[in-house]
Design a protein around this ligand. Structure first.
Ligand code: ZN
Length: 57
């Protein structure tokens, strides 16, 4: 059982972020929750802020 789920989707473009994988392309280590993203984070596909990420799983 893990407290680290989940998959988030960008409401604007459908970009998927998986907590367990992180996003190495933008230096987000695996296991990073969206709540812990750096303030400067932007969706790699559309440039939206992390506010646009919606938890879907
Ligand atoms: Zn996006």
């Amino acid at each position: 059982m893990s407290l680290i789920p989940n998959i988030y989707m960008c409401r604007q473009c459908g970009y998927l972020y998986e907590t367990k994988k992180g996003d190495p392309e933008v230096n987000i280590p695996s296991g990073t929750e969206v709540a812990d993203f750096p303030e400067a984070w932007k969706c790699p596909d559309c440039g939206a802020s992390a506010d646009c990420l919606e938890e879907i799983l």
